[in-house]
Design a protein around this ligand. Sequence first.
Ligand SMILES: [Zn+2]
Length: 690
Amino acid sequence: MNKPIITLITASLLFLSGCSGKEENLNYKNNPEPLMKNAYIRLPLGSVKPAGWLKAQLEAQAEGLTGNIDDFWPDLVNSSWKGGTGEGWERGPYFLDGLVPLAWLLDNTRLKEKVKNWIEPVIAGSSDSGWYGPAINKDRWPLSVANKVLMQYYEATSDDRALEVLKKYFRYMHSNPPDWPDLEWRGVRAMENAVSGYWLFRQTGEPWILETIESIQGNCFDWTSYYEEFPWDSTALADHKIPTARKAGGLTAHGVNNGMAIKYPGLWYQQSGEERYKDGVFAGIQKYDLNHGQAGGRFSCDEHLSGKSPDRGTELCTVVEYMFSLEELFGIFGDNSLADRLELLTFNSLPGTTTPDMWAHQYDQQSNQVLVTVDKRAWISNSNYSNIYGLMPNYGCCLANMHQGWPKFAASLWMATNDNGLAAVAYSPSIVKAKVGKGTEVTITEVTEYPFKGDIKLKINTPGSVRFPLYLRVPGWSDPVDFNFRGRTITGIAGETVRLEEKWEDGDQITFRLPMEIRFEKRYNNSVSVLRGPLYFSLRIDKEFNSIKLNYDNFGYKGSVDWEIKPKNTWNYGLMIDNTNPYRGFKVAENPLTRYPFADKGDMIWSADSAKYIVWDEEAPVVITTRGMTITGWSLKDNSADIPPLSPVMAEGTPEVIQLVPYGSARLRITEFPVIDPSKMVDVMRPATK
Ligand SMILES: [Zn+2]
């Protein structure tokens, strides 16, 4: 009888094994030589399907902006990309980059029909030269987005015409002079083409594709040196030297460009194999955190890099682009810290910046966001409209580009391994159907309400017994995790990947619980954020929603999707944390997710305060009750919560019971709390439980 093989591997070991080149997945294509072999292999679109709350979230998106916007937004209705005479630059491809995966993840006929109406003109627009897209567009930038659309469309449909368009376009780039000026979007974003370029090479193995990518890498803006030097640091911010003008370097201080570019050294690492490019990625992430880091895994950009203060904004496009970068980078390097951050962005920053029904979004979100109004704020370069939840606040890029966030996350939950197994990249309810071993198709159903609860069950269905390894990530924030299967238990510690190789039988189950203890994180001015699992928690603030009309006349849309939100009660609370026992007084309530009863619209998981159902402001999926104290003098400045006063803060008020809800459920929020001087808390601090 074969013994089970149980291995614990650290991310760095995994990285080494991923590059050894000795193992070859028989079912899915990793990089052929001469490229470095990636740690994991992304599964074709459609292999992973959402389930549970994540499916409800995607259904809400399909019923919200993504499934409707091209019926009334003139830039999409009349788009030159689908044969009209209107906008012919980035907005059509941006929209499709989210619509295509959403349609196939939900197997939604209506959305697939929409895709068809767009894709056919795109394919028909492929010219003899290889250039494609609307005749009015002469810029390579939007084609680098359209490439990703065609790539996903081909994976979902096996339509060879999509592959042909891509091949011809890469031929075009190969035979035409490089055109990647640093002062243009296409120059700072040129390596976005490498995503589809390496994918195309995996499909075809044609060596001239690598020559094309090498030419792009050599002729566009040098992001690796940028991450090594990181000119736009906190000193540059303090000296007011962060540029916003294109010629002064504004494109390299631009948030969305940074969210995209963090993957560029990693993409090139596949071809160069030089450690410098791998190091550049991790140095860059660290420098974002150190200089511009925000709660929820973000960095600030409103709309250029803007520091760590919790009144600073982060543009929605940056959130979804950073997510996609992390999905790509995890496949290349297999480092669990990348997946940890992907979960932070997905479970906090993404839901926090839209309404739960996905009908309205912000341009800029804030960690301490206490007033959502059309007003002047201390943004580095954005307009007065940037933090309202609306149809098209500030500028239309986010309205076009936001759609990729949830679907690509769902599609990336599982990846294939080089030894013919499967890896859980991030955790969420899902069903993966993929080939393992020598080609047996298995189904793994992940049953969980993570990130709201910690219990996860994996159910394996297979036509017969089959040996393959399962790689399960232990998050970096986690206490040790016990993985239970077939009457055995093995334990993995934070940051590790547990590898379970078994001859799995139909009906086998693996159960484990990611510990959901409350944690604290020190932030700006010694303030503190409260976390539980991958969720940040924010002060629940009673709200008043006011519908304002910004774009109705332009759009012909009759709904109410532009909202100002004002607080109905005070928000200037400090947290009362007992240094000798910081968890004392924190009480957690997990609410059943089935409580979200909008069957006609899909459930709205991230609701504590839906704009559409504003009377329904009672329950978030998780509510933490604790004690706080108002801080005299901490008030608004420039229409945002002023920076938190330096902690610890002298206690002057009366302790009150306050509630914290997930960041993603809070449209008004305090997330970086001042801490009340513990020496003044001895007599007033009591457990919140009775
Ligand atoms: Zn944007």
